[in-house]
Design a protein around this ligand. Structure first.
Ligand SMILES: Cc1ncc(COP(=O)(O)O)c(C=O)c1O
Length: 395
C-alpha cells in the first residue's frame, strides 16, 4: 500500500479527531520521532501522560517482566499488583482505598456513581444533585460529559444524565449558594486543565471542603490531569492542605499504559458493596506493574522537587519573555502544568513550533499549554523559548 498514513487514517478512522499533521512512530525520553525520522521535543507529553518521558527504562522493564508473568486475570480473582498499587496510593493519599479502571472518564464515572450511592444510602434518592464547575472537563462518557461544564462538548448528545448543576469556577459565594439540601457532591478540578490551566484563587479548595463538610455533601477532586506530581505535589490539592472524600486519577498513572483510579476515604469508601461497580480490565496486572514503577521512580529520582524547580524556572522565563514580547499577555500554572495567553491565535503558533521541532498544545483559541515530562531540562526549555520568541516576532 503506497498511500500515506494520513490518507489511510482518513479512510480507516472515524473523524472524531482533528486531522494530525504528524505520524509519530517512536519515543525516547523527552523526544518523539515521526515517520520521516524527524525528532521533536515533546512539551505536551501525551497531554500530561508521559510524565517520565517516553519509554522510561523502569516502566519498560516493569511491563516486560509483567508480560512474561501474568497479563490479565478477571476480577473474579485477586492479583497482587493491584493490591500493591492501592497500598502505594494510600501511602501517598492517606486513608484511601482504590477502585481501578482504564481512563480518566471512567474514574469520574465511578466517582459519580459512588457519591450518588452514598447519598442514596444515607439520605434517600432526593439528594442526588452533583455540582461541577463551568469550563470544567471531566471526560466524554455520559455522566462525565454531563459533569463537564462546557456546552460545546455536550451539544447533540442530549438527553444527558439528570441531576447536574454548574457554578462559576473559583467563586466560593456561588458554590455556597448552590450547595442546597438536594446536593450529594461537588466535583472540581483543583486547577482546570482543558480550559487553559485556570488556577482558582487561594482558599477556594479549602472553602469548598469546609462547605461540603458542613452541609453533608461529598467533595470529589478530579486530579486526572493535575495529580501524580504534575503540579509539584503528589496531588494538586495538597497545595491548599485539603484532602477531599474522593480523588480521581489517570493520565500519568500507568506510565503510558491506560489506567485510571478512584480513591475514596471515610464514609465514601463504604458506599460500594460487591456488585455495585466493576471493570473487566480494572486493576490489570500490566497496567498496575507500570504504575508501581512510575511511583517508585517518582520517589527515587525526587521528581516532585524537580517539577517544582523546573516549573518555577520555566514560568519565570516565560514571564521575562513576556516583558520583551507583548504578544504574550499572560503566564499561569503550577509545577509543569503551564499555559501562556497570546495576543494572536495559538494554533498557528503551535504549528510553527511543530515545524521547528517542538510539540506544544493550542489548548484554547489564544492559549498554549505545556505539560512536558518531569525530566525535561532547562537547556531543552531554553531552546524552546528562543523558538517561541522567534515565532511570535514573525506572527
Ligand atoms: C481533568 C480531566 N478529567 C478527565 C479527563 C478524561 O480523561 P480520559 O480522556 O482518560 O477519559 C481529562 C482528560 O483530559 C481531564 O483533563
Amino acid at each position: 500500500m503506497s498511500d500515506t498514513w494520513a490518507e489511510r487514517a482518513s479512510r480507516a478512522l472515524l473523524e472524531n479527531y482533528y486531522p494530525a499533521r504528524l505520524t509519530l512512530v517512536r519515543g525516547e525520553g523527552c523526544r518523539v520521532f515521526d515517520d520521516a525520522g524527524l525528532s521533536y521535543l515533546d512539551l505536551i507529553g501525551g497531554i500530561a501522560v508521559n510524565s517520565l518521558g517516553h519509554c522510561h527504562p523502569a516502566i519498560v522493564r516493569a511491563i516486560r517482566e509483567q508480560c512474561g508473568t501474568l497479563m490479565h486475570v478477571s476480577n473474579l480473582y485477586r492479583n497482587p499488583w493491584s493490591v500493591r498499587l492501592a497500598e502505594e496510593l494510600a501511602a501517598r493519599v492517606p486513608g484511601t482505598r482504590a477502585f481501578f479502571c482504564n481512563s480518566g472518564a471512567e474514574a469520574n464515572e465511578a466517582a459519580i456513581k459512588l457519591v450518588r450511592r452514598h447519598a442514596h444510602l444515607k439520605f434517600g434518592a432526593a439528594r442526588h444533585v452533583i455540582i461541577s464547575a463551568e469550563a470544567s472537563f471531566h471526560g466524554r462518557t455520559f455522566a462525565a460529559l454531563t459533569a463537564t461544564g462546557q456546552p460545546k462538548y455536550r451539544e447533540g448528545f442530549e438527553p444527558l444524565v439528570p441531576g447536574f448543576r454548574y457554578v462559576p469556577f473559583g467563586d466560593l459565594a456561588a458554590l455556597e449558594a448552590a450547595v442546597t439540601g438536594e446536593v450529594c457532591a461537588v466535583l472540581l478540578e483543583p486547577i482546570q486543565g482543558e480550559s487553559g490551566v485556570r488556577v482558582p484563587p487561594q482558599g477556594y479548595l479549602a472553602g469548598a471542603a469546609k462547605l461540603c463538610a458542613e452541609r453533608g455533601a461529598l467533595l470529589v477532586f478530579d486530579e486526572v490531569q493535575t495529580g501524580l506530581g504534575r503540579t509539584g505535589t503528589f496531588l494538586a490539592c495538597e497545595a491548599e492542605g485539603v484532602l477531599p472524600d474522593v480523588v480521581t486519577l489517570s493520565k500519568s498513572l500507568g506510565g503510558g499504559i491506560p489506567l485510571g483510579a478512584m480513591l475514596a476515604r471515610g464514609e465514601a469508601a463504604r458506599a460500594f458493596v460487591p456488585g455495585s461497580h466493576a471493570s473487566t480490565f480494572g486493576g490489570n496486572p500490566v497496567a498496575c506493574a507500570a504504575a508501581l514503577a512510575f511511583l517508585e521512580t517518582l520517589d527515587a529520582d525526587k521528581l516532585l522537587d524537580r517539577v517544582r524547580e523546573t516549573g518555577d524556572w520555566f514560568m519565570d522565563a516565560l514571564r521575562r519573555l513576556a516583558t520583551l514580547q507583548p504578544k504574550i499577555t499572560g503566564v499561569r500554572g503550577r509545577g509543569l502544568l503551564i499555559a501562556v495567553d497570546l495576543a494572536v491565535p495559538a494554533k498557528p503558533v503551535a504549528l510553527a513550533a511543530e515545524a521547528r521541532g517542538y510539540l506544544v498544545n493550542a489548548v484554547q483559541e489564544n492559549s498554549l499549554r505545556f505539560a512536558p515530562p518531569f525530566i525535561v531540562t532547562r537547556e531543552e526549555l531554553t531552546g524552546f523559548l528562543a523558538v517561541l520568541e522567534e515565532i511570535l516576532h514573525q506572527e
